[in-house]
Design a protein around this ligand. Structure first.
Ligand SMILES: Cc1cc2nc3c(=O)[nH]c(=O)nc-3n(C[C@H](O)[C@H](O)[C@H](O)COP(=O)(O)OP(=O)(O)OC[C@H]3O[C@@H](n4cnc5c(N)ncnc54)[C@H](O)[C@@H]3O)c2cc1C
Length: 389
């Protein structure tokens, strides 16, 4: 096994880092203070996304993307994850299930999304359906050759930036027919119910939405009736890997800031890093990051070698669980090392502390990842994690 980064990997990593440092970090305070960015700031960042060839970096060239390897995608996510206020979300990665669309759906939704002319958001969660999506009550009832969509969705991330939604609904109310529908946001019956506030300051909103008898053509079904879980699973796996990489990046940034501070801050006549309590925290932080990063690059490399889809699913849960919890522990220590300054919103470490809390909740909470991992151990044996195949 050779995990050395190629010259191309290093160039892509450097490009993503330069982008984050020049076009995300400088906008963090504007976002924190205003709860979002001005249209002008968003436009500047979006232009830079194209210039840095970061749009749709999760897709193959034939699907309208950049054709990067999975390892390269993780390197990019890691760099973007260093930014606070969810500014990485401005870098659009067209939703993966769209690549399974019909030629017309690819033309109307996938390619324009990759180019940045359109944007989707994903609506699965409901008041009664969170970790258990079989509890979804949104229905698509067949009537006169069309579908009538009705229901309520919560936490629809980036719904304000999107112009269409991928909505997970049960056809005819049958939980054995989970299906994804492409829903234009301006259709009659698509209603924004509420725009709640959250712990993090995020560049976009998380809407609560109502669908009141929204009429949809059959052509708006993505991937076929009953395919909802399969497509959503692909999206979950992708999102879990992305979260893991963001968390590694966030932990690295917080540790770098804490390390610099510990070297410069003097109390009791010497730099605080000379106190063992502080240097041991930094040591533990470095070890945690190395463990997460090693796992991340290993899995990225394995996917590029053609790792079986089921094993990718199994590994994605480990990565998401470990890296999100690791970032929580590491960034908590960074706040401690910075003392009162680590508690100020103007400090990136404070923002990272709030930002990464949700990574233990969305795209399958930590408990759900443990269920997946335990299930894999039962089904495939412990070796799926402790072995080396
Ligand atoms: C900021 C934010 C953005 C989001 N964006 C989106 C989005 O864009 N689209 C979307 O569809 N959803 C989105 N979500 C929803 C998110 O995916 C859910 O919050 C998550 O899946 C958990 O569901 P829940 O909140 O209903 O918690 P619940 O499922 O009610 O769980 C509550 C607690 O019980 C635990 N629990 C549940 N079942 C079990 C079990 N079997 N064993 C042990 N413990 C269990 C959970 O782990 C959790 O700790 C977002 C959420 C947030 C906070």
């Amino acid at each position: 096994m050779d995990l050395t980064l190629s010259a191309e990997d290093i160039a892509i990593q450097a490009r993503a880092r330069a982008f984050a440092e020049s076009y995300l970090f400088p906008y963090e305070l504007e976002c924190e203070e205003n709860g979002g960015l001005s249209a002008e700031s968003l436009n500047t960042i979006r232009k830079a996304v194209l210039e840095h060839r970061l749009n749709a970096f999760n897709h193959a060239v034939e699907d309208g993307g950049q054709g990067y390897t999975h390892l390269q995608q993780m390197l990019i996510h890691e760099e973007l994850g260093k930014a606070t206020c969810g500014l990485w979300a401005v870098v659009w990665t067209a939703s993966l299930p769209l690549k399974h669309g019909t030629p017309e759906q690819r033309r109307d939704y996938l390619f324009p999304s990759c180019a940045g002319r359109r944007r989707s958001c994903y609506a699965i969660t409901e008041p009664e359906a969170g970790s258990d999506p079989r509890m979804v009550r949104t229905t698509a009832v067949r009537r006169n050759g069309k579908y009538e969509l009705s229901g309520e969705k919560w936490f629809v991330t980036s719904a304000d930036a999107a112009d269409f939604l991928l909505v997970h609904a049960h056809v005819d109310g049958d939980s054995d027919k989970p299906t994804l529908f492409i829903v234009e946001k301006d259709l009659p019956g698509v209603i924004v119910k509420r725009i709640p506030k959250f712990m993090h300051t995020y560049v976009f909103e998380h809407y609560e939405m109502l669908f009141d008898k929204v009429v949809l053509d059959e052509a708006k079904i993505l991937g076929g009736i009953g395919q909802g879980y399969e497509l959503t699973k692909d999206w979950f796996v992708d999102a879990r890997l992305e979260i893991a990489a963001h968390c590694v990046g966030a932990a690295i940034r917080a540790t770098e800031i804490a390390n610099d501070y510990a070297a410069g801050r003097e109390q009791f006549g010497r730099p605080i890093r000379d106190f063992q309590a502080i240097e041991f925290m930094l040591a533990d932080m470095a070890v945690e990051i190395m463990a997460g990063k090693t796992m991340l690059y290993r899995v990225g490399w394995e996917i590029d070698q053609g790792l079986d889809r089921k094993l990718v699913h199994a590994r994605a849960s480990v990565l998401k669980l470990f890296c999100s919890e690791m970032a929580g522990r590491v960034i908590d220590k960074a706040v401690q090392i910075l003392g009162g300054r680590g508690y100020m919103r103007e400090n990136p470490v404070e923002r990272l502390y709030r930002d990464i809390r949700v990574d233990r909740i969305w795209e399958g909470a930590s408990e759900i990842q443990r269920l997946v991992i335990a299930g894999q151990i039962k089904k495939r044996g412990l070796g799926v994690y402790t072995g080396w195949t």
